[in-house]
Design a protein around this ligand. Structure first.
Ligand code: CMC
Length: 432
């Protein structure tokens, strides 16, 4: 028999259906509560609200578990690469050899940016925020692919495979173009023969008559960083993609909105903030205790960046993988980065501090990802755009779930109004 929960308000009881996910996650379905009782469920910031049913990613924050389509992140990080994991996240299964080849081919064929679109980028001041440029460029994509962006779910789903390849591949190309534009360098066209990450490195770092040649470790490290960001359940930017998508907005528009949400320092922007913090500790010859002391003040603007997570309460499994990879990558590349030593020292100091222990605050994925990106040669101001390349598969898969859900409805939360009650208009002359 289906389980129900009962909510009692005054003398009246309201039975509410109970939902159980495939991993045993429990929820009380409050959808009919308002119609039956006049009450809504209040949950500021949606911290305890399941906004959708999803089959993409399972996350158990208490136990540090992250799985995409059932596969543990540790196994994917060890055996897979970014493109294969992206296929898994988007399509639900690991690809066979033919599917993998076809997916790779689509990504290669759709890597280039139209000349007209380049002009949009060139209209920005070179000092503009890379995330602002990226979201603007992605929101321009419907203009170039109107047949894939009709804002009609049925129609847009017919062209989904192509739209997904365009979004994933071009976001990467646009990021490389932003980098070169800001440096005053000519754009590098993508090369059809190169794998996804090598092609990105080529578009970033090749010179007109000198191809970028790197150690295989560089592309491998980049693969790992992107793979670890591929999806992360209902985080701020992915929920934004779903919310915008729920109005029947096309894939590109929805992703562009997600990129805007990602830009904030409490979300994707944290990787930049971490590096700024580590750099300033280095420059001042500090041991980090100043930042730890400031973080304990409780003020949001002084938080220890790269620490804490909205859902992980034990450890962030991605941080564990990336923290270990940092040592390996830097050793293989022969880099001795003083910021890595500072990060490790800061981590140890914070993990022993009662404030962080009591609140279960651990390093998150952003604490170490910046150090790897710096080793690869990515400048700090581009870090959050790298997060966007990595998160693109998650955005695409989540948009598809929204678009393909026949029972879906527009996202429209309620609120508890706390403003003035009804009052009459006061003419200007009578105002104090
Ligand atoms: N430094 C100091 N105190 C913190 C921090 C921190 N980094 N994070 C949380 N706290 C405190 C918070 O003030 C609260 O204290 P109190 O109980 O005394 O009021 C307590 O810890 C619990 O906070 P919370 O409810 O777990 O935090 P939240 O869900 O509101 O915020 C967060 C989650 C990730 C925004 C926050 O931990 C933070 O601002 N971290 C630094 C920014 C960062 O690294 N963000 C990247 C997140 S991972 C990448 C991603 O998925 O976007």
């Amino acid at each position: 028999m289906a389980k129900t929960a009962t909510l009692k308000i005054d003398d009246k009881e309201y039975p509410l259906p109970v939902m159980i996910g495939t991993e045993g996650e429990k929820a009380v379905d409050t959808r009919a509560l308002r119609a039956a009782s006049g009450y809504v469920a209040y949950d500021q910031g949606y911290g305890n609200t399941g906004s959708c049913e999803s089959q993409i990613t399972f996350l158990d924050g208490d136990n540090g578990i992250l799985r995409h389509r059932g596969y543990p992140i540790e196994q994917l990080a060890h055996h897979s690469d970014f493109v294969e994991t992206a296929y898994l996240v988007i399509y639900g299964e690991l690809p066979n050899a033919t599917q993998r080849r076809e997916f790779g081919l689509q990504l290669r064929k759709n890597a280039a940016i139209e000349t007209q679109m380049q002009k949009i980028l060139e209209g920005f001041p070179t000092s503009a925020s890379p995330m602002a440029m990226l979201s603007a460029m992605v929101s321009a994509l419907p203009a170039y692919y109107p047949h894939l962006a009709t804002n009609n779910f049925e129609q847009d789903l017919k062209g989904f495979d192509l739209a997904a390849a365009i979004a994933m591949s071009k976001i990467r190309t646009i990021v490389a173009m932003i980098y070169r534009y800001q440096k005053g360098l000519p754009f590098m066209f993508p090369k059809q023969e190169l794998p996804f990450c090598d092609n990105f490195l080529h578009m970033m770092f090749s010179e007109p008559y000198q191809d970028y040649v790197s150690m295989p470790e560089v592309a491998k490290a980049l693969n790992l960083v992107l793979l670890l960001h591929a999806d992360h359940e209902q985080n701020c930017s992915t929920s934004t993609v779903r919310m915008v998508g729920s109005s029947a907005s096309n894939l590109f528009t929805s992703i562009s909105a997600g990129i805007c949400a990602l830009a904030g320092p409490l979300h994707g922007g944290a990787n930049v903030a971490v590096m700024q913090m580590l750099q300033s500790i280095h420059d001042e010859g500090d041991d980090g205790s100043r930042f730890i002391a400031a973080a304990k003040s409780g003020s949001k603007s002084n938080r220890l960046m790269g620490f804490g997570h909205a859902v992980y309460r034990n450890f962030d499994p991605r941080a564990k993988i990336i923290g270990e990879a940092c040592d390996t990558v830097l050793t293989r590349l022969g880099i001795d980065d003083p910021l890595l030593k500072i990060a490790k020292h800061l981590e140890q100091a914070a993990l022993k501090d009662e404030y962080f222990v009591a609140r279960k605050l651990y390093p998150n994925v952003d604490f170490y990802s910046g150090i790897i990106m710096r080793a690869i040669g990515i400048p700090m101001n581009m870090f959050t755009t790298m997060f966007a390349i990595g998160r693109a598969p998650g955005y695409i898969a989540n948009w598809r779930e929204v678009a393909a859900n026949p029972k879906g409805r527009i996202y429209r939360p309620r609120q508890i109004y706390g403003g003035p009650v009804k009052r009459d208009y006061v003419p200007m002359a009578q105002r104090g």
